[in-house]
Design a protein around this ligand. Structure first.
Ligand SMILES: Nc1ncnc2c1ncn2[C@@H]1O[C@H](COP(=O)(O)OP(=O)(O)OP(=O)(O)O)[C@@H](O)[C@H]1O
Ligand SMILES: [Mg+2]
Length: 365
């Protein structure tokens, strides 16, 4: 397995996870690293921000000035299919699973499967790709918590006891009897799972038996990876009082499960107003009265800015007072324009470097 660092960029909706993942990945690449950035957020924002037309399940090269940057977007169905193709014991079993109605439901719509496949994809990238760093852009916190729990849930599901319960009725024709005896159940299934029958489910589980061991093994490997010293969780948050609760709740989940927290990226911080603003004499084309008016407006704007940065400082102080002492908090300035191209990502990358976040990540683990 590659010894790449894994950086997971997490946080609530809209705080800037995708933007900062892209900016960090670009910066690391341009510092000479081989970087992969994977988004599990189905929105197209990463592709847009990086200026690549489209992203799919395979890494695509992003043009950089130095280093190597490749980006991809999780296709969870594709990832699942690839796993079946790779691990099925025979072409016959492979085709039986891929063509099964219940498999289609499981691979496309089973709650939690997208999150779990993100972890499988991360693992397969670590196995197959040469990279120094893998940056993972995640969906908003609630789902991020889902994917953190996914490997545990998956390995739990694959415990022998559960498996026996699911598979036995198939081998003892129990499912078939149930199906014949219950039109109601068949109707419910149809509504929930489309054209799936109980026989499909039984067939799926019997075909899948030979793959469970591998799934279980890999979910344990992911569990370990999420707690490894080369793994970094960055928590993106806003410098606002309302952002504290969710950020702290997320941090508590990480700590409870012994996952390594690297620091807060406090995104979109207002740039502080200068303490003193030397005021020039009125230019020739302005009357003294007009110039006094301009000065008044500038003073009001500066005061507003000071009030804003003061409120932000208090919110950040409050966040840190609730976090373990010494938690790093890197402030990322609010950019004057929307961040949607390589040039603006590069500027944000400079900010990530200047605040110390990049060195802290590269230096640690
Ligand atoms: N530092 C910044 N300065 C200015 N604009 C920013 C900054 N960071 C993010 N943005 C803008 O904020 C918006 C939301 O950012 P982004 O899509 O990265 O958030 P997200 O956390 O990935 O959202 P979601 O939870 O929906 O996936 C985008 O329009 C982005 O350009
Ligand atoms: Mg996003």
């Amino acid at each position: 397995m590659s010894a790449a660092k894994v950086i997971l960029v997490c946080g609530s909706g809209g705080v800037g996870k995708t933007t900062l993942s892209a900016a960090l990945a670009l910066r690391l690449a341009e510092e000479g690293k081989r970087v992969l950035v994977l988004t599990i957020d189905p929105a197209r924002r990463l592709a847009d921000a990086l200026g690549v037309g489209e992203l799919d399940n395979e890494p695509r090269r992003v043009p950089t000035e130095r280093g190597e940057l490749r980006a991809l977007m999780l296709d969870s169905k594709r990832t699942f299919d690839d796993l079946v193709v790779k691990n099925a014991p025979s072409p016959e079993v492979r085709d039986r699973i891929l063509g099964n109605h219940y498999y289609r439901f499981v691979s496309e719509r089973l709650p939690g499967v997208h999150e779990y496949m993100a972890m499988e994809r991360l693992l397969s990238l670590l196995m197959a790709e040469d990279a120094d760093v893998i940056v993972l852009d995640t969906p908003p916190t609630r789902h991020a918590l889902d994917f953190l729990a996914a490997p545990d849930r998956m390995s739990g599901l694959m415990d022998e006891g559960v498996m026996r319960w699911l598979v036995l009725p198939a081998t003892a024709s129990g499912w078939r009897m149930l199906e014949m005896g219950s039109d109601v159940l068949a109707g419910v299934l149809k509504r929930l799972l489309g054209p799936t029958t109980i026989a499909d489910i039984a067939e799926f589980f019997s075909g899948f038996q030979s793959l469970w061991g591998g799934f279980r093994e890999r979910s344990l490997a992911v569990r370990k990876l999420l707690r490894a010293p080369g793994t970094h969780f960055l928590l993106v948050t806003a410098p606002a009082p309302g952002a504290r609760a969710e950020a702290i709740a997320f941090l508590e989940v990480l700590q409870k499960d012994a996952m390594p927290f690297s620091g807060f990226l406090i995104n979109r911080c207002a740039v502080p107003a200068p303490a003193v603003l030397p005021w020039p004499a009125a230019p020739d084309h302005r009357t003294a009265e007009e110039w006094a008016h301009v000065r008044e407006e500038v003073t009001t704007a500066l005061e507003r800015r000071r009030a804003l940065t003061g409120a932000q400082d208090r919110a950040i102080g409050d966040l840190l007072a609730h976090a373990p002492s010494g938690s790093p908090a890197w402030r990322i300035p609010d950019q004057p324009t929307d961040v949607h191209d390589l040039a603006s990502l590069r500027r944000l990358g400079v900010a990530l470097h200047d605040c110390g976040a990049v060195d802290a990540i590269l230096g640690a683990g």
